[in-house]
Design a protein around this ligand. Structure first.
Ligand code: 2AM
Length: 175
């Protein structure tokens, strides 16, 4: 059987060291709910949903035209959203992150993709369907330098759901 469509999104991958640190900290919060697997921790830039395989070439071309810059991303806020979604956010999202997400959205819309209308909300989901409000001992204090963005395929393997990186593009860090 040939694959006709893929569930896709653009996002920022998390380096292993930061993912491990966030995982340990998150597990100490006893959030309950459905924790996001450590290997899947990421920040979504644009969610594309199910797309025909034939669009992969075009998506690569469009992403390759984005001239984003690298930036340091500080995650210093724990946010509790709808449906018990607990995430890490930033009290001061970098300008370069907002611009990158904005350029991607604009370019994809111009090419005919139907995207979510709601404003870009930079967040790193830790767990879903949590029933209790986490109690924090101090503010979260995580940071990493985003040096590339990735087109992910949301799929599954023998360990469950997995966000598989398909292609990536550099975000050069200014001197
Ligand atoms: P979430 O973290 O807010 O749940 C892969 O599924 C990523 O795409 C997740 O980070 C998820 O965001 C986001 N995502 C999933 N479904 C989505 C939707 N319908 N609209 C926007 N983003 C979605």
């Amino acid at each position: 059987m040939s694959i006709k469509s893929l569930r896709l999104f653009f996002g920022l991958p998390l380096p292993h060291r930061q993912a491990a640190a966030i995982d340990v900290w998150r597990n100490g919060l006893t959030l309950g709910g459905r924790p996001v697997d450590k290997r899947n921790l990421h920040l979504t830039l644009v969610f594309l949903g199910s797309q025909p395989v034939e669009r992969l070439d075009e998506l690569q071309r469009l992403a390759g035209q984005i001239r984003g810059k690298g930036f340091e991303l500080k995650l210093d806020r724990l946010e509790v959203g709808r449906h018990g979604l607990v995430s890490l956010g930033s009290s001061q999202p970098p300008e370069a992150l907002i611009r990158l997400a904005g350029e991607l959205h604009d370019s994809l819309r111009a090419a005919g993709y139907t995207l979510e209308e709601r404003a870009f909300w930079p967040h790193l989901t830790l767990a879903r369907q949590c029933r209790t409000h986490p109690v924090l001992d101090g503010r979260p204090d995580f940071a990493w330098t985003a040096e590339r963005f990735v087109l992910f395929h949301s799929t599954s393997d023998e360990q469950g759901g997995v966000y598989c990186p398909l292609f990536h593009w550099p975000l050069p860090v200014p001197d």
